[in-house]
Design a binder for this molecule. Structure first.
Ligand SMILES: *Cc1c(COP(=O)(O)O)cnc(C)c1O
Length: 382
């Protein structure tokens, strides 16, 4: 993905000047830094960034500039990236399954915090990680409310987590707990049961927790009708931690991906065809920047602009929208309401596209070249 060096006022100015035929991701460093400050000011603990949601160097550099001092990393590639772009920041290696060589190299590169969700992986860490490092036991609950369930792959049940925590403590590690309530959690209550269960696990294990990592899962603004309630989540996490742990309150950590980065990118796609005045074909789809939509649902924060960058605002008509490849799964879920006067050559701009969009783009069928453009603002005037 090439980064265009010019800084544009907004997407509409760029469209008017360039009429791009490839999809374009517009990035606003100002919005990213403002969102980071919202987390830093509002969250009652350490804010770390889940690198996988958008590992672009320019994203990391702006988070570093905004004051983010910790990163959730899952691979040696991500460890090297953070060491290079945000030197000195804390790295939490929170992928609970790693090879021995990955663990050894991470230790060498300064990682001192690891998650774990199984006895076999704890044994590996015991062999390779110096005592005094932090081990965060990852546990899971069957919680509803997330766009999709992270517990399907990772996380120990509460009884196993209790055993893991007691053992990690006995091995001389700094004992912590971590969970991930599931991505795009619009209901603050998703955190409630997890935090109360964490307190019970610690009590049952007879361990005073050093830290509790409440995961990612903070929602982005995907649907016009559902505004994310970050402040309500921060307040709930703070209150419930106090209630559940009392005097043994651990320090809190969060590791948002989507909630930090989504709002700072908008994706401009071009209409390749409106077939027989019905189906809309875009130049990007589920093999490109829109990969996540079939997994967690449509983004309806879209606007339509013509080739001159002017907003089109005909009455919305629900449309079936296809991406550019010849694969029939290359289709957005359900129907997307778009102004009825949509025409070939127009641009459909999706807002809130910073997470899980740049990182998963493929070149399937010869498509997937996305350009990246820096903009001061992502909302254009008429
Ligand atoms: C992916 C991931 C995150 C970030 O999740 P979001 O829903 O994007 O906030 C945080 N922690 C871990 C361990 C993850 O795997």
């Amino acid at each position: 993905m090439g980064l265009n060096k010019t800084i544009w006022a907004n997407p509409s100015d760029f469209i008017r000047a360039e009429q791009p035929d490839n999809p374009v991701l517009f990035f606003s460093p100002a919005i990213l830094q403002a969102t980071a400050r919202r987390f830093l000011d509002g969250f009652p603990g350490l804010v770390t960034y889940a690198v996988k949601s958008n590992p672009d160097e320019i994203v990391i550099a702006n988070l570093d500039a905004a004051g983010i001092r910790g990163y959730d990393v899952a691979s040696l590639y991500e460890i090297d990236l953070i060491a290079r772009v945000a030197p000195g920041a804390a790295m939490h290696y929170n992928n609970p399954v790693r090879s021995r060589s990955e663990i050894a190299e991470a230790v060498e590169k300064g990682v001192r915090s690891f998650s774990v969700d199984s006895l076999s992986e704890l044994e590996k860490l015991y062999e390779l990680v110096p005592q005094g490092a932090e081990i965060s036991v990852r546990f899971k609950l069957p919680v509803k409310g997330a766009a999709y369930d992270f517990g399907a792959k990772f996380g120990a049940t509460a009884p196993l987590a209790t055993e893991l925590l007691a053992r990690a403590n006995g091995m001389g590690f700094v004992p912590s707990l971590t969970f991930h309530p599931g991505t795009q959690c619009t209901d603050p209550m998703a955190w409630d049961a997890y935090i109360r269960t964490a307190a019970k696990i610690a009590a049952d294990a007879g361990v005073t927790l050093s830290r509790l990592n409440v995961g990612g899962g903070f929602p982005a603004h995907r649907l016009n009708a559902v505004a994310p309630e970050l402040d309500a989540i921060f307040a709930l996490v703070d209150r419930v931690t106090g209630e559940a742990f009392g005097d043994a309150r651990p320090a809190l950590v969060c590791e948002p991906g989507r909630g930090l980065v989504a709002e700072s990118f908008s994706l401009a796609t071009r209409v390749r065809a409106v077939r027989d005045a019905d189906h809309v074909f875009l130049n990007d789809g589920v093999y490109g920047g829109l990969a996540e939509l079939p997994l967690i649902g449509i983004i309806d924060r879209v606007e339509l602009r013509d080739g001159e960058g002017r907003r089109k605002s005909g009455l919305p008509v629900p449309r079936i929208v296809f991406g550019p490849t010849c694969d029939s799964v290359d289709r957005l879920p359900g129907e997307l309401p778009l102004p009825g006067d949509i025409a070939e050559g127009d641009y459909v701009i999706f807002h809130g596209m910073g997470a899980y969009s740049t990182a998963t783009v493929t070149r399937f069928n010869g498509f997937g070249v996305l350009d990246m453009v820096t903009a001061l603002s992502l909302n254009s005037a008429q």
